[in-house]
Ligand binder design. Structure first.
Ligand code: URA
Length: 267
C-alpha cells in the first residue's frame, strides 16, 4: 500500500513537468487522497517520501521564475539521466532571461561549462556571445540552454575532452528542455547544431539541409543553424555568413531593427 502511495505521489508531483497544473479527481479518488492526507497529519502512517515532502513540488509553480527554479531542482536528480550511467554528475541548467523572446538551444555542457555550471562559457560560448552581440543583444537578454543537462562521460581519462550526447542521452533529458520551452514561451527558438535539431524537432538531416527554413517546435517558430563550434573549426566568410543569414531571419521575425551595416556583415 505504501509503495502504491509513493508511486502515486511521485506521478502526481511530476505532472507540472509535463505542463499539467490542474487535475480532475472523482469522488472516490478525492476520498482516498483525503484519507492519506489525514493519516499523514495524524502521523499514523509514514508520510510521503522525504524528497517529495520537502521539495517545492507540493506547491504548483506559478510564475516563469518559479517554474524554472522547480525544473532546475528536478533536473538535479533527474533519474532518467542518472539511470544511463553515461552522463557525468554535475548538472548544468541554463542561463539568461526567463522572459526572453529568443531562446538558443545547444547540445550539452563541455569541460568549461561543467566547471562553471553555466552553458556556453567555453570557446564555443565565446563565439555564441559574439553572435548575440552582433545581433544587438546581450547574453542576459536571451535564454541559453542545452538539450542535455549533463556533460557526456568519456571515462576516467576524459580531462578536457567532450563528446556529443547519444540519442539515448538526448531522450533522457528531453522532457527538461521541453518543459523550459513551455515555461518561457519564447517568440523564437534557435537550434544550435544538429544535435539540438534532432532532439527538439526529431530531424536527422544535416544542418545544411535544415537551414533557411522555419520549423515548429510545440507551436514556437524554430530555426536551425550551425553550432558555434562549427564556426571555430570552419572559420570562413561563407560559414559566418550562413549563420549570420539565419540570425538576420531571426531578427526580422522578432521585429528587431536591422541596420544596413548589420545586413552586410560577412558579405
Ligand atoms: N556546446 C554546447 O552545445 N553547449 C554548451 O553549453 C557548450 C558547448
Amino acid at each position: 500500500m505504501l509503495t502504491l502511495r509513493r508511486l502515486a505521489v511521485q506521478a502526481l508531483s511530476n505532472l507540472p513537468l509535463q505542463g499539467q497544473t490542474t487535475l480532475a479527481v472523482d469522488t472516490e479518488a478525492r476520498s482516498i487522497l483525503r484519507s492519506w492526507m489525514l493519516a499523514a497529519r495524524r502521523g499514523t502512517t509514514a508520510p510521503v517520501p522525504q524528497a517529495t515532502a520537502t521539495a517545492p513540488t507540493t506547491q504548483v509553480p506559478q510564475t516563469v521564475e518559479e517554474k524554472l527554479a522547480w525544473l532546475r531542482q528536478k533536473a538535479q536528480n533527474w533519474r532518467a539521466a542518472r539511470a544511463l550511467g553515461s552522463l557525468r554528475e554535475t548538472m548544468v541548467f541554463a542561463t539568461g532571461n526567463p522572459h526572453a523572446r529568443l531562446m538558443f538551444v545547444g547540445e550539452a555542457p563541455g569541460y568549461e561549462e561543467e566547471l562553471q555550471q553555466e552553458p556556453f562559457v567555453g570557446p564555443a560560448g565565446q563565439k555564441l556571445t559574439q553572435i548575440i552581440t552582433a545581433m544587438g543583444m546581450s547574453r542576459a537578454e536571451v535564454y541559453i540552454s542545452n538539450i542535455c543537462k549533463f556533460r557526456p562521460s568519456m571515462g576516467p581519462q576524459q580531462h578536457t575532452a567532450n563528446r556529443a550526447p547519444s540519442d539515448e542521452e538526448i531522450a533522457a533529458c528531453l522532457p527538461i528542455i521541453q518543459a523550459e520551452i513551455r515555461a518561457i514561451q519564447p517568440a523564437c527558438i534557435v537550434c544550435l547544431g544538429g544535435t539540438a535539431a534532432r532532439g527538439l524537432l526529431g530531424h536527422a538531416a544535416s544542418v545544411a539541409s535544415q537551414r533557411g527554413k522555419w520549423f515548429d517546435c510545440g507551436g514556437i517558430p524554430t530555426r536551425v543553424t550551425y553550432h558555434p563550434s562549427y564556426l571555430l573549426r570552419n572559420d570562413t566568410i561563407t560559414a559566418r555568413r550562413s549563420v549570420w543569414e539565419d540570425m538576420l531571419a531571426v531578427m526580422q521575425h522578432l521585429g528587431m531593427n536591422i541596420s544596413p551595416r548589420q545586413r552586410n556583415y560577412f558579405k
